[in-house]
Write a protein of this length. Structure first.
Length: 250
């Protein structure tokens, strides 16, 4: 993936984390369709357009074939002739001959050659045509837990990334108690996958001529263990072993 993005290993990767498989996003204007409990009456669910919405994340499926979709499935329940001729009602006759097929796969299938990307997608919750600039959303800061420096990232760019992270954290309403971590992606000598090495955490105060970062030697044992676990989790995700399928007798 570093060969496709992050300026061919000269940039950095952002680490996102979610506890419930959802991603909270923000828009400067109300364009996000959704529903939630009414602020005036908690027992009532309201449907509307909002500036923020929690989007469900979906893993992409990789295949050699395009998904087959029945575009008429959603229309079938609305077909009818009249109340007097209910016995001719199309919904009673067609659903068995017109299955849903792979409607849920629309937008979530890519060619199998891209399988190594292990992409995850979220759908933009809008039902009207929007200009590209309006479709730009900000991910809630509480989802961002760190960055990974690329193997060829320069010292100056690393310092800029650290300072940008500090400014981001000082200007955002971050409620997550987890530290913001810095990691280094290092090339291995016997494997194609990178080794993810913890570097330190973001410091909440800044001194002149000193970067706002506490290296591992300045972190307590709990923080060092937390960063080490996160690094292993990232590595495991990149090199997740494939599950072997049992031979089928059918």
């Amino acid at each position: 993936m570093w060969g496709h993005y992050a300026d061919a290993e000269k940039g950095y990767a952002v680490i996102y984390k979610t506890e419930d498989g959802k991603l909270l996003v923000h828009s400067p204007i109300k364009v996000l369709h959704g529903y939630r409990r009414s602020e005036s009456s908690p027992n009532i669910m309201e449907v509307g357009v909002y500036k923020e919405e929690s989007l469900m994340l979906h893993p992409v499926r990789y295949s050699n074939k395009l998904p087959k979709v029945n575009a008429f499935h959603g229309l079938i329940p609305h077909f009818h002739y009249s109340e007097e001729e209910y016995h001719y009602d199309v919904p009673d006759q067609l659903p068995g001959d017109a299955p849903l097929k792979q409607l849920d796969d629309v937008g979530l299938v890519k060619y199998s050659d891209w399988r190594y990307e292990r992409e995850i997608r979220a759908f933009f919750p809008a039902y009207t045509k929007l200009a590209p600039d309006i479709r730009a959303l900000a991910v809630d800061r509480n989802h961002i837990v760190g960055i990974i420096f690329g193997p060829k990232m320069s010292k100056i760019d690393k310092e800029r990334a650290i300072m940008s992270s500090y400014v981001l954290w000082q200007t955002a309403a971050v409620t997550s108690g987890s530290p913001f971590g810095f990691f280094q992606a290092a090339k291995g000598v016997d494997k194609f996958a990178f080794k993810i090495v913890p570097v330190g955490i973001l410091r909440q105060f800044y001194y002149e001529r000193m970067l706002p970062i506490d290296t591992l030697d300045k972190c307590d044992e709990a923080t060092v263990a937390l960063l080490a676990n996160l690094a292993r989790e990232i590595e495991y995700g990149e090199r997740r072993p494939r599950t072997k399928r049992s031979p089928s007798n059918g």
